[in-house]
Design a protein around this ligand. Structure first.
Ligand SMILES: [Zn+2]
Length: 263
């Protein structure tokens, strides 16, 4: 047996052993798919997830878990705006003034920031977009952006939680002023009380999470949610999830739906 042939046999042997231990199954020829069974989470799949739902529905927690599971960035427009506002430019200081007043930022600014963010290399295999779009206009603009960027969304996940539960969650919510992570005393407490797991910053309650304004926000969001449902509801990629389940159960449901999606 020649040297080259020996090597080939060896490589084939290693590949076979690796294949068996990795639990691979032969696929029908011509399927064009990678020859391995996808694990509970599928890191090799391109996933682009829109995570929508009212405040307190658990979007941030889920976005973080999905981003980790699939090795893609979790993107929130709130975070993008905070970063842009910190830039030492005229646009940055305009933006900062708007955010400091608590005013809404125009959609075209948000969309432009998002467009730049989705071009970054870490977003090549997908992303989780946390809390966007919130309105019909934003959904339309996002659709245009994604067509231009040739980044079709894999799944729109709408987290549904009863209003009473939402208000209760918001009132008990603490957020990190540095990285935007949110925590809940009952369902997802930080490792050290009052401090962010990621950066150790002191957690705060957002002013808008106070009881009265929380109730109003939840009601407003309920209406917007209906708009989102009307817009995305008829598509294959729309998944309505009961957000009052455990975070693990919610994630399982999303992963299961993603396995059925192309990408
Ligand atoms: Zn933090």
């Amino acid at each position: 047996m020649g040297r080259v042939t020996q090597w080939l046999y060896r490589i084939a042997g290693v590949a076979l052993v690796f294949g068996l231990t990795a639990g691979s199954t032969p696929l029908p020829s011509g399927s064009g798919q990678a020859p391995y069974v996808l694990a509970e989470t599928a890191p090799h799949q391109v996933v682009r997830i829109l995570l929508i739902g009212p405040p307190g529905a658990g979007k941030s927690t889920q976005a973080m878990r999905l981003a980790t599971a699939y090795g893609v960035p979790s993107i929130s427009t709130g975070q993008l705006l905070r970063e842009a506002a910190a830039a030492p430019t005229a646009q940055g200081s305009d933006l900062k003034a708007t955010l400091d007043r608590g005013d809404l930022v125009a959609d075209d600014i948000v969309i432009a920031l998002l467009k730049e963010r989705l071009k970054k290399p870490d977003a090549a295999n997908g992303w989780v977009l946390n809390g966007f779009p919130r309105t019909l206009m934003q959904a339309l603009a996002l659709d245009h952006l994604l067509v231009d960027a040739q980044q079709a969304a894999s799944l729109v996940v709408a987290l549904q939680v009863p209003e009473k539960v939402l208000v209760d969650r918001l009132v008990h919510r603490l957020v990190c002023p540095t990285c935007g992570r949110s925590y809940s005393a009952e369902s997802s407490p930080p490792a050290k009380p009052g401090l962010c797991d990621a950066d150790g910053a002191t957690l705060v309650q957002r002013p808008e999470d106070g009881a009265k304004s929380a109730a109003r926000r939840v009601e407003d969001q309920g209406r917007l949610n209906e708009e989102m449902k009307a817009y995305y509801g008829g598509r294959d990629m729309y998944l309505s999830v009961d957000g009052s389940q455990s975070v693990e159960a919610i994630q399982r449901e999303i992963v299961k739906a993603l396995k059925k999606r192309p990408g």
